[in-house]
Structure formats: C-alpha cells, structure tokens
Ligand binder design. Sequence first.
Ligand SMILES: NC(=O)c1ccc[n+]([C@@H]2O[C@H](COP(=O)([O-])OP(=O)(O)OC[C@H]3O[C@@H](n4cnc5c(N)ncnc54)[C@H](OP(=O)(O)O)[C@@H]3O)[C@@H](O)[C@H]2O)c1
Length: 381
Amino acid sequence: MLRTRQISQVIKVTSCSTTNVDAPLSSVLTPTFWVQKNLSFSHRSQEQTRSRGHIFLKRMVKAIRVYEHGGPEVLKWEDVELGEPREGEIRVKNKAIGLNFIDVYFRKGVYKPATMPFTPGAEAVGEVTAVGPGITGRKVGDLVAFCYMGSYTEEQIISADKAIPVPPSLDPSIVASVLSKGMTVQYLVRRTFKVESGHTVLVHAAAGGVGSLLCQWANALGATVIGTVSTKEKAAQAKEDGCHHVILYTEEDFVARVNEITSDSGVEVVYDSVGIDTFQGSLACLKPRGYMVSFGQSSGTPDPVPLSALAAKSLFLTRPSLKFYKPTRDELLETAGEVFANVASGILRVRVNHSYPLSEIAQAHADLENRRTSGSVVLIP
Ligand SMILES: NC(=O)c1ccc[n+]([C@@H]2O[C@H](COP(=O)([O-])OP(=O)(O)OC[C@H]3O[C@@H](n4cnc5c(N)ncnc54)[C@H](OP(=O)(O)O)[C@@H]3O)[C@@H](O)[C@H]2O)c1
C-alpha cells in the first residue's frame, strides 16, 4: 500500500559507523533513516516516528508474521519494522525464498520458534543492501544465499557469516530451491551414510523437494534407487530423477515390494522423511546392519523405538539434522559449493515446480502439507 505525504524539508542522516574494506565508502553509506520536518513524502517502506521534535522515518518491509500456532490461516502478511545491521550483520533484500517442510513444523508448533510472534522461513537468496560495522568480504550489491530463520520477508538482517556467495551463472529461484535441500542431501548420501555403487537405497517421498534431489544424487553415486510416491504423476517424475523402481505406497505394500525387488535381501539404507506412516515398514526393509536414516516427519513423529527393534537385525538408527552437518563456516561453504557444482554439472536438475507470491504463502503451505506439490516450491517477495 502506497502512502503519499507532503515534504517541505528533509535532512538526510547516514550511519557513518558502517565500514567495509571491500567496498567503496559511498556504496556502504546507505541512508539509514531520514529526519523530516513538515512532510511530503511518498515511500511505502518507511514510516514515521517522533523524537525531540523531529520525525524519523523507520524502514518498514512486508513480512509474514505468526502470532499463534495453527493452520495456514495464522500466516499474516504485515508491515514490520526493520532495523540496521549491527556488527557482524548484513541486510539483504530477498529475491527468492525457498519453501521447506520445516516451515510447516514451525507454523504448527511441532518445532518451537525462539519468540512469538515470529517470521517463519528458513532460506532465501537476495541482494545485500547494507553491511554492519566491521564487515569484510561482503558489500552492497552482492548476491547471497543463506539458511536463516525469518526469511518470509521482503528484506531481513542476517549474520554475515551465514551468507554464501551465489555463483553468477545460477538463477536466484534455482538457488533458493536447492540450497538447504541440496545441502541436506549432501550430508545424507555422503556423510550420514556413504552411498556407493552396489548399494540399494530406499527413498520415501521421492518426488518431493528433498526426495527429487536425493534420488538424483544417489543414482549418480551408482546406487540402485527405490522411491516411494503417492501418485502416478509423481512416479513419472521420480523415474526421470533416477529411481530404478518406483512404488506407489498409497496403493501398494511398500515392504512387500522392496522384498520383491531385492529378492528378500533388503536395502542398505532407508532415507525416511515421512515419519510415522512409514517408520516401521522402513525398518522391515533393511538388510542386517542396515541404516535407518529418519530425517523428517511429514506424516507425524514416529513412536519411540525400543532397542529390541534394532537388535533384531543389528541395525543403525540416526535422526540427523542439517545444522549439525555445517557447524563451521568452512563446512558451510564446502557443502554449498558441492551442491552448486552438482547443479552446474547437471548431476542435479533442480525442479522449481511451483512459484507463489510471498503474500500467498497460506496457499503454498496448504498445498505442501496436502501433498499437492512436487519438486521445489519457491516464494517471490
Ligand atoms: N533433517 C534434516 O536435516 C532435514 C532437512 C530438510 C528437510 N527435512 C525433511 O525432509 C522432508 C521433505 O521436506 P521437503 O521440504 O522437501 O518437503 P516435500 O518432500 O516436498 O513434501 C513432503 C512430501 O512428503 C510426502 N508425505 C507423505 N505423507 C505425508 C503426509 N501425511 N503429509 C504431508 N506429506 C506427506 C508427500 O509426498 P507423496 O505425495 O509422494 O507421499 C509430500 O509431497 C520433510 O519431512 C522435512 O522435514 C529434513
């Protein structure tokens, strides 16, 4: 909504504490706010506040806010105030935002946000619009990607050490669709369990955002890939993405089908992000000393597992999380670099199957959690 005001005098105030050794000073002295007397001003992203006879214009941006946990209707599109980046921080104007199932968990309260109300969203790609004091190596105009809470917004402030430079050859929508999902797949197939030629792997929700990339990467590593999906359309996509066998787990008994495909020997590893609906069956699909990688719960959290369930076949069980696989800046850049390289080389074909305006986020959430999406979903602020 545009607001029009009358201006008679405007005094520009800039923040002179901002430094960046990599950028010319003029580019980092961004106007932080304006002090006005007698207004006439037209600017949607700024709002007035009074102090000592002056009127300060705050930087306002549109963002999604959640005041209470619940369904997609709790996602509110609002004006919020954005401050200035402090030491170690940068401000980024988002160009594309990745939608992830973790956003649904936070909205519903399965995962607890640090504060209420909060802005959901876990990743985005955008252009740096300001840098805080002491920042080196980042400058205004840089295109960066990041996994950072609060990305459902036109503009946000993040820690500079979480910003990943985006290769100029990659489109922001592609990067927002692949960054966190691709880094998740990187650790799943290369570190949680090292997929190798000769292995047979089972991937649930094989046509989903993570699933699509997981099947492609596991195939590229030489594994035989079995994927489960809910519809024939998703089955066709999973085939294209490298699944040697696709099971419609909404119609078929996936355990019986895996036994049939593997001649009753089972699979080395199951990548299970579906949770309660598939967990027990996944254990049954494993061969002795197999790896049960339970990395999500799109259908609900699995029940506690007694040790006896693992002892039956001497199984390994892990519940990994991306944040523990990129704790240092070096690991973050290395992991992202491997993902970008695989996109550039064509090992990963990123499916940006759905795009929504950020203001229509409620519809995007409803579609994701009702299994109406495949591949990646991107939000445009
Ligand atoms: N641990 C980590 O580090 C990590 C990181 C990223 C993502 N994840 C997890 O990976 C999973 C996939 O994330 P994503 O963003 O790529 O989502 P997604 O796979 O695109 O969407 C979820 C898919 O799960 C399947 N599903 C099965 N039962 C479902 C149910 N009852 N409700 C909803 N979906 C159901 C659906 O595929 P079908 O229609 O084919 O059944 C649906 O399309 C999520 O569980 C997420 O939490 C974990």
